[in-house]
Design a protein around this ligand. Structure first.
Ligand SMILES: O=C(O)CCC(=O)C(=O)O
Ligand SMILES: [Fe+2]
Length: 553
């Protein structure tokens, strides 16, 4: 979870209570004044008449700003200090407004020179205590809000979200061993900390970052920087290496994900390169993983989308659940032009022990996800005793040294989550642009600019696709076992030799933006620049593969 996404939530909460539309800067300013309370911020904006509706740009989004003449040729911009004293700007509502006379501009220069660990003289607060839900007080008529929907089977999941659920994904003994191994390790994992609205907030769960021993990943020092990013830029120990059980699980999961990818529509900017000799049959690999431990029903992770700076656009993330069953929630970020006609619905997917959720391409761009606190929770009763390797660890130490393993099968109130990820070679740490603070920037998608929703996209794409099988897949929006794919195109190098590379190009925009404020008292330089995929020498994306063709236009 990252500070940016928490700010998204706050901004969305403020925005939902305004009588008139506002801009991001005014909302951020009001949030700072009201100590992060969205209700107070909205009230003060509504009362003080800070909002000048004429300044509101219809349609919003990065492209509309770029199209406004003077910005169109300039890729790199700075946002005035007063409007960006927090690097915590919003995907959902970020408008790169350069000047707005309704906002007092501070003459002071960007003040960060280096990233530093949050100082301890201010109290650390639990993130959830800041993200208070407001009372529904807005007098403005909003589109109807559909109640949360539980997606209880794979067909429902495929219908509503860009995810698939795979139950009993690992052999049961391996799932159990991996649970115990990670549970034992989790005792030393850290709670993430970062700056949000002049306070240090702390994530309500423990987390750790892993690099895979294969592929030279852990041997490459540049990945240390990537690990540090997992902790919002805090200095950290080198990433942990995948333990053997995790390595075994990862090999199985890579096959499950690759099989899924063969049935799905690809996106032009997805990774199109290979995965090295011996992996020609894989469409997806993992070279890093992040693991989380949620102890009890109150531990959680708030609404966020995952940072993409090393994953690149349209990434695929495979998320394994072990231990207690928890709900995984997803909520779409509604594009600005649809905000007055529809509201996002929350979808809940119950995740049992040994289940895998694949967050497919576009999930990070279009949706936020969370593990919410629950009012009740069933304990997990392991089917096997802990493996002997974990018995030596403190987690299972017992004063009775003669205890037999079978008596150690104890119910647990913990959920272990492992998100397997592929950090792309074309987004290696040394290729990430740095802001004026000297800190690597983060990559953000312009969620506002999305032109169509998934159903429109599917219809358009399906019309354009000539391959009958693919058309069927798109229409049903369900994974279909695909036996006879791609007779028509040559397989691209290293990316499987029997796959058709049709892709959709949604003309989405991405930009790099300063991230230093997360660890620097909330102060960043607010530099940003549009990502120029080819100009920055990135790729190959799926759109660059031999035989690939775009089906959206
Ligand atoms: O625990 C989970 O399932 C989600 C974790 C997550 O969203 C993350 O690590 O980014
Ligand atoms: Fe996440």
């Amino acid at each position: 979870m990252t500070p940016n996404e928490d700010t998204d939530t706050l901004i969305a909460l403020v925005s939902s209570q305004l009588n008139l539309p506002s801009n991001i800067d005014a909302m951020l300013e009001a949030l700072v004044q009201s100590n992060g309370n969205p209700q107070d911020a909205a009230k003060s904006l509504n009362n003080q008449g800070k909002i000048n509706p004429k300044k509101r740009k219809q349609g919003g989004g990065l492209q509309s700003w770029l199209d406004k003449g003077k910005g169109s040729k300039v890729a790199r911009r700075e946002i005035p200090e007063a409007s960006s004293s927090h690097s915590t700007r919003s995907d959902a509502s970020l408008e790169p407004v350069l000047t707005d006379s309704s906002i007092p501009l501070s003459p002071s220069k960007p003040s960060c020179s280096s990233s530093k660990v949050p100082s301890s003289n201010k109290p650390v607060v639990d993130l959830m205590s800041i993200l208070r839900q407001p009372e529904p007080t807005s007098p403005k008529k909003k589109p109807p809000q559909a109640p949360p929907l539980t997606l209880s089977n794979p067909a429902m999941i495929a219908q509503h979200v860009p995810c698939t659920l795979h139950t009993s994904v690992l052999p049961p003994k391996l799932a159990s061993d991996l649970f115990y191994t990670m549970l034992a390790r989790s005792k030393t994992w850290k709670r993430n900390k970062w700056w949000l609205f002049e306070r240090v907030v702390e994530s309500p769960h423990r987390t750790s970052f892993f690099a895979r021993k294969t592929d030279g990943v852990s041997a490459d020092e540049s990945w240390q920087e990537a690990a540090q990013f997992w902790y919002n830029g805090r200095p950290t120990d080198p990433p942990e290496v995948f333990p053997p059980e995790m390595e075994n699980a990862c090999s199985i999961i890579e096959r499950v994900v690759s099989e899924q990818l063969r049935t799905r529509q690809r996106f032009g900017l997805e990774w199109g390169g290979g995965f090295g000799a011996g992996n020609e049959d894989l469409l997806w690999r993992a070279n890093v993983a992040a693991s989380n431990c949620y102890e009890g029903r109150n531990e959680s992770v708030g609404w966020h989308s995952d940072q993409m700076q090393y994953l690149g656009p349209y990434c695929t993330i495979a998320s394994l659940s072990l231990g207690t069953r928890r709900n995984f929630s997803l909520r779409e970020v509604v594009p600005a032009h649809e905000a007055e006609t529809r509201r996002a619905r929350t979808f809940n997917i119950p995740l049992p022990h040994n289940s895998l959720v694949i967050m497919h391409a576009s999930c990070q761009e279009r949706f936020k996800h969370s593990i919410p606190p629950q009012s009740s929770m069933d304990v997990y009763r392991p089917a096997y005793p802990p493996p002997t390797s974990t018995l030596e660890s403190d987690a299972f130490s017992n004063s009775d040294s003669n205890i037999s393993t079978s008596t150690l099968i104890e119910p647990s109130n913990c959920r272990i989550n492992i998100t397997f990820r592929f950090y792309r070679p074309d987004f290696r740490p040394e290729s990430i642009p740095r802001c004026k603070c000297g800190v690597p920037m983060i990559l953000r998608a312009d969620m506002k600019q999305r032109l169509r929703d998934e159903s429109d996209l599917t219809a358009i794409t399906a019309d354009a696709v000539t391959n009958k099988k693919e058309r069927e897949i798109l229409r049903r929006k369900e994974p279909i076992k695909d036996e006879d794919q791609s007779k028509e195109s040559e397989g691209p190098q290293g990316h499987g030799s029997t796959t058709t590379y049709t892709y959709v190009d949604r003309t989405d925009k991405y930009w790099w933006t300063c991230y230093a404020g997360a660890q620097n008292d909330g102060k960043g330089c607010a530099t940003w620049q549009v990502m120029d995929f080819e100009g920055e020498g990135r790729g190959p994306g799926v759109f660059q593969l031999p035989g690939a063709r775009c089906v959206s236009q």
